[in-house]
Design a protein around this ligand. Sequence first.
Ligand code: XUL
Ligand code: CO
Length: 453
Amino acid sequence: MSENTFTQGSEVKVTTGEKVFFKGIDGIPFEGKHSDNPLSFKYYDENRLLDGKTLKQHLRFATAYWHTFCGTGGDPFGVPTKDYPWLVASDPIQQAKDKMDAAFEFITKMGMPYYCFHDFDLIQEAGSIAESEKRLAVISDYAQQKQQASGVKLLWGTANLFSHPRYMNGAATNPDLQVVAYAGAQVKNALDITLKLGGENYVFWGGREGYMSLLNTNMKKELDHLARFLHLAKDYARKQGFTGTFLIEPKPMEPTKHQYDFDAAIVIGFLREYSLMDDFKLNLEVNHATLAQHSFQHELEVAAGANLLGSIDANRGDYQNGWDTDQFPVNVYELVEALLVILEAGGLQGGGVNFDAKTRRNSTDLTDIFYAHIGGMDAFARALLIAHQILDKSQYKALRKERYSSFDSAEGQKFEAGNMVLEDLKNLAVRQGEPKMLSGQQELYENIINQYL
Ligand code: XUL
Ligand code: CO
């Protein structure tokens, strides 16, 4: 591998291959909010300290390989619009290497510490398992060199168990054992390359794990199979020395009509039922939350409450339509709501902020990918700083505490400790009489966020 490196920011070294894909962009500096340079950070100063950690360490940003380097703008109504120069080689290995050169050039110019991939984002799947394994070996060797040269790390790997036609009836939940076996082979190989590349987590997203019709579906059997499959994957990876976290990414639908990993609460119930709580946590995605008719903040609260807040896929939907548009996050108010939950939970457990987001079909310049990530990183950095200030300086925490203060009383403590019977509650009610009306003060809370924006 012939490459050129120079230092960008604290740890990541800009790493280009022989071809330079993003000519004219040397790296994205932090210039502050008064800068007119669109190719600079206005808020994300990676070295800025907050509670003893840099913003880079707090946020642990990752690029999603599939959207940023493989997504070319095709949709059900039209052909691809983006002519990415790293996708032109007809030889799959050459194309994969060009794509990886472009990926590491981009990631390091952005100063991002992490990336995430599906197995066949890295290189096209071949016609047999053996041939695919060979391709994965070549490209993961190349990735290993690139990671070493640049300092970029792998936040998580995963297997694409939803694109190939063989998975049309599901992968781990397929009614045909031969398809389940194929999915097992693919996950084994994806785990192997994730381990080889020092991946810190491993994700399962079940886009085809669900049903299109209950008429042809034995739901209980499929759920049992899914759990069995996850146990096999977990046992294999642990045996190989993987110490990271397995993450399940909930999504209620799309592409399947109903997906078993519907939302955080349902996944937590599943993990509990099938004894997977010790090894698995959640990877929550904004637009999946909204598809499940929740806010992102809601999904984060549910996961944090179960101590399973692992990682997040950052993006946003569109309020004028109902599908997974995977746009880059820009809404600071909503991000502050999310960051309040994440900070109060003590941060993400082992994960980071992965931009599972794509530029629009009509954003066809290479520079657009930079603008998109700069916008997302700045929005997150700004929201983090604001949420931190709210927790530190405003009445927010005290108000929330005060709202539950009746449980600090002797009677309240007795109730919470499980030392009351129903008659005790009745006697307390009779003794104290009709409760006073206590305002929820929602508008006051909303104003606090606005004040600190
Ligand atoms: C699909 C989605 C996936 C997962 C990884 O909606 O979010 O890209 O993040 O398979
Ligand atoms: Co995702």
